[in-house]
Write a protein that binds this ligand. Sequence first.
Ligand code: XCC
Ligand code: SF4
Length: 634
Amino acid sequence: MKDWAFTTTIEEMEAATNSLLETAQKVGADTWQQRVKNQTPHCGFGESGTCCRICSMGPCRITKKSPRGICGCDVHGIVGRNFLMFTAGGAATHSDHGREIMHTLYQTHEGGNYQVKDPEKLIRIAKEWGVETEGKDIYDLAHEMAEIGLLEYGKPFGTQRFLKRAPEHTQKLWADAGIEPRAIDREVSTAMHMTHMGCSSLPEALVRQALRAGLSDGWGGSMMGTEFSDVMFGTPKPIDTTANIGVMEKDNVNIVVHGHDPSLSEMIVYYANDPEMIAYAKSMGAKGITVSGVCCTSNEVAMRHGIPMAGNYLNQENVVLTGACEAIVVDVQCIFPALGPLSKCFHTKFITTSPIARIPDSEFIQFSAKTAGDNAKAIVKMAIENFKNRKPELVNIPNLKQNARVGYSVEAIVKVLDGVANSQVDEFGTTKPLLECVTSGVLRGAVAMVGCNNPKVRPDSAHIGLMKKMLENDIIVITTGCAAQAAAKAGLMDPVQAKEYCGAGLKRVCELAGIPPVLHMGSCVDISRMLILAAELSKDSGIPISQLPVVGCAPEWMSEKAVSIGNYVVATGIETFLGVDPYVKGSTEICELLTGEHGVKDWVEAKYVVDTDIDSLGDKMIECIEAKRAALGI
Ligand code: XCC
Ligand code: SF4
């Protein structure tokens, strides 16, 4: 058996965290580790999804003695409505991020804060959308595309433009199931309408709308977020970086970016590299400026600029606890309100920038596309000027750091693998070499590992444990979000060492293509990249997505966004494995629809598998991949 000697273990990461928790105790700071204890055990009604508080006759809780709410709603209606609301929250959030990107695109101009860095991609999408590109100024085209994209949120008729990217088989399933997403805002509103008191309580209808709202995110808002971020900030290409808390540098001004929208972090990165700012930092006694990140904002700038990743979701307090964080700058989503009081225990400036995420005990510098340059400069300056306020006796940056090669957009994956096989390249390239690896059995299949951390799972243990298991079994891992950062922190994206521990087939592919066995595809909106990859694999092979030996997995998920993701991944025909229950176990009917053989499986040819025993979850994934291979006769 392999020993994975070069990787950073969960125990090492925990020891580092424990040393930071000692500092927390010293300064009297509150941490999530403590708050979890205060909140345990969780409310059983909430956990099983059987509490309804959508009208003021309630809240109603379903028990044996009281099987219906006051309005007469049964447990299946209540659990189903909760599941749909959870999904709608996630779809709204991802999609609104996409909308912000489209507004930023609308503000691009020659020489401006934001520009078109990948004009070819813009033109390619414009052609796809039937927009005339010939002889048009690239910025005129950008603005036109921004407006059309924004209309995808509220257009009165028709369905999402990007649905056409899916294989015809998939499009037909969606049409037959009545789940083709219309305007994005409409799907969210419809969900909220359906879950209002006195509307839907039929489980099947609620689950169908959950798939539809999810699809409006994955093939709508998220896909626009990804594609047009690439247009403005560049389509990611393989790039080397580092990961884990040790990327913060003791002698430098440390700025940590956190959240999701790359519009902010791109600017911070730009000004932190400005010679004038570096000189200013030196004049303040620092050796330089280090920008690092947590959560998806970190993934965005890692993918495009090789900015190091300090950690993932449950590490966000750790970066402040180092005592060496001059500023933690946040935009939207996944930001602990705890950072307010926590930063007050240190010299750290906690800077919020979005009207969407206003948090007590932070300094608010409203960021907008028009003033972005000035905002970013002011923030970088503030961090530099804060360097002198550090308390040296509190500084502790645990020495954990791994190399990682990241930047695997679909374009990049197609390119590196095409290089290996030397096959014909059309405009977009082809996934045929990857398919050849899979059909010949050199690779058994692929797992898309995504999602968050959640204190219900020992942080990162499920991500890392499952990834190792997949690699040993010649299953390539593509990953985004906090799952990707878990891999990077552990060393599984190390381009030199990680392949040593893979099965022989996967190892050979890694050597030939010069890739790590775990491919970082970006942030959570970038799961749309995975949808495109799956669609291309299906179109290039003529095999429906649901029959490809590919599965999705979110072993440590926690957010509403993750449930929206789960719905669009399943609805795209990809079996999805969850390590945390989505508050549905209170209803046999909802469970049957989501995880049974005759619910969503009948409509979209895929279903959920939920298993909180991570080892057994991994076995089921491998079993599923092997069963798909057997069915294909490969
Ligand atoms: Fe948030 Fe995207 Fe989850 Fe990480 S993985 S905790 S949603 S940052 Ni999206
Ligand atoms: Fe109770 Fe029905 Fe109101 Fe829900 S909608 S709180 S079940 S009365």
